[in-house]
Design a protein around this ligand. Structure first.
Ligand SMILES: [Zn+2]
Length: 161
């Protein structure tokens, strides 16, 4: 073999060795290290965050009155919307759009939306109700960061943050 050829082969072997070393490193990086790095937690979904926000809001609203504001008789056991929650994202988590309510009234409202618009106007005043309906038409996209911000705000209102 000529010197030239030996040199060529040596270079090729060295390159192959470097390549193998890189491959080992790559594979090692891929392997989970036992008892070390804890798995990164997935960030909660928007739907979960909205549910959490609603829990805080509902507790705040329910604390406003021990008696349902719609019938004035039954004890409060939920938070009800003036503008239904599906009618607009802008008013869904808006405190002035909510009131302490009993299950019976909340159910009745769900089944007779039309007549409840008038009922709400009687109870809360036409100005507020109309204003809320106008507001509900504002395009509003519920984003994670907004929901998180509001959740913190509600926690502060509840005195737990
Ligand atoms: Zn009621």
């Amino acid at each position: 073999m000529s010197d030239h050829l030996i040199d060529f082969q040596a270079k090729r072997e060295a390159a192959a060795l470097r390549k193998a070393k890189r491959e080992i490193k790559r594979l090692e990086l891929r392997m989970p290290r036992m008892g070390k790095k804890p798995k990164r937690k997935k960030s909660p979904t928007l739907s979960k965050l909205k549910k959490l926000l609603w829990v805080h809001i509902s507790l705040i609203v329910r604390s406003w009155s021990s008696v349902c504001l719609a019938c004035g008789v039954n004890p409060t056991n939920c938070a009800a919307h003036i503008v239904p929650s599906n009618d607009g994202a802008a008013t869904r988590f808006f405190l002035p759009n909510l009131y302490p309510c009993c299950i019976a009234c909340n159910k009745s409202e769900y089944h007779q939306r039309g007549s409840w618009v008038y009922k709400h106007r009687e109870i809360f005043g036409a100005d507020l109700v109309d204003c809320l309906y106008a507001m509900s038409e504002t395009p509003f996209q519920l984003k994670k960061h907004w929901v998180l911000e509001q959740t913190e705000r509600m926690k502060k209102l509840r005195g737990i943050a």
